[in-house]
Design a binder for this molecule. Structure first.
Ligand code: B12
Length: 311
């Protein structure tokens, strides 16, 4: 596939955009923050951008350089020579492995029950693409494709469960890694009653946290009465509810009035609402979009009068 045929979301310009905090970089590369600053001073890289508050924000390109440097040092090359090699290296900005190919490899890894291979695919994806693209074009689409294969009887339930559990673990790490903005607007994310489909809701929680929200993620099968009580107590800016099955939407419908009384913007999403967005209006809430990027954009627009400038 030629590079120019990538959909816009997969284009590599974001490769050199600063987006990871030093803690995220430390977690991803295993190189300590103090060492990173030392390399920056001595060798001129990594060369992170700065946030408006002055924090370092590292790009995928920085991560790539850090990993290369680390690899050289662990191969016994002295640090100063390793730095020269990294700087000489022209990072192949234009030839990342396309995400659809990584998706095929990830599906193959699950079918082979090979978690180490899945780890390798994810490591490569995170080096090349922003978290949002990895969630949307790798993790979500892998789950949907595995769902289709399962439906056709071409994979077993155990393969689907292994994949779900693996993807859940990955998303949970992304959620934990995204730094919490203590001053950010508060959001509660929950799955509807009876709903065990958590992966979409967890992706929403990751995206919200990365957009600066302070997120309470409640997970699967959340009773409406308890959710509403929590909303009355903590008064969030928004409550986001995910539903994938008709039975869960039915449960929400029974509790429509309780949901409408919540002192927050109620947002509904998930495959049950993607199929029938009008259900959100019936519940007195908002349906945004099937994909998370657009949903985040529209959520920020809907909340803009409450949130003021900067969001
Ligand atoms: C994995 C899976 C499971 C796992 C879930 C594991 C887990 N920890 O999440 C398990 C094994 C538990 C499961 C169980 C069942 N499942 Co299931 N499952 C799936 C599968 C294969 C993938 C779901 C998934 O993760 N998709 C990827 C995520 C990222 O997509 P998503 O949820 O749509 O989320 C995206 C958007 O919708 C959006 N989003 C999600 N939530 C929200 C919320 C807000 C506010 C916003 C803004 C956006 C948003 O963001 C995401 C990113 O784009 C789907 C197949 C499919 N095509 O989706 C079936 C599917 C959802 N399951 C289905 C069924 C029928 C069941 C069971 C009834 C099966 C059974 N007979 O036991 C049970 C029901 C369990 C329950 N009570 O909830 C049906 C639902 C059909 C329907 N409309 O009713 C599907 C579609 C399969 C099918 N083709 O029949 N399942």
């Amino acid at each position: 596939m030629s590079h120019s045929s990538f959909p816009p979301s997969l284009q590599p310009p974001s490769f050199s955009t600063g987006k990871y905090t030093v803690n995220e970089v430390e977690e991803r590369t295993g190189v300590a923050a103090t060492t990173l600053r030392q390399w920056e001073r001595r060798y001129g890289f990594p060369n992170p951008e700065r946030s408006s508050a002055g924090y370092r924000l590292y790009s995928d390109r920085d991560i790539h350089q850090i990993q290369t440097m680390k690899g050289h040092i662990s191969n016994g090359i002295p640090a100063s020579r390793a730095a020269e090699l990294v700087k000489e290296l022209q990072i192949p900005l234009a030839t990342p492995q396309p995400l659809p190919r990584l998706r095929e490899e990830l599906i193959r890894a699950f079918i082979d029950l090979d978690e180490a291979a899945a780890d390798a695919v994810l490591a490569e994806a995170h080096t090349l693409y922003p978290v949002e693209a990895v969630m949307r074009d790798l993790l979500a689409s892998t789950m949907i494709e595995l769902g289709d294969l399962w439906h056709q009887g071409r994979i077993t339930t155990t393969t689907e469960h292994l994949a779900s559990s693996y993807v859940y673990g990955r998303l949970r790490s992304l959620f934990n890694l995204a730094s919490t903005n203590q001053m950010g607007p508060v959001a509660i994310v929950a799955c509807a009653p009876l709903d065990q489909h958590e992966l979409g809701a967890l992706m929403v929680a990751v995206a919200l946290r990365r957009s600066g929200f302070r997120v309470y993620y409640l997970g699967a099968n959340t009773p409406v009465d308890d959710l509403a009580e929590m909303a009355h107590t903590i008064r969030p800016a928004c409550v986001l509810i995910s539903a994938s099955t008709a039975a869960s939407v039915e449960e929400l419908t029974i509790k429509r009035e309780t949901l409408q009384d919540m002192p927050a913007l109620a947002v509904y999403g998930g495959s049950a609402f993607n199929d029938r967005p009008e259900l959100a209006t019936t519940l007195g809430g908002l349906y945004l979009a099937p994909d998370i990027d657009r949903a985040m954009e529209q959520l920020l627009k809907s909340l803009s009068s409450q949130l003021g400038e900067g969001y």
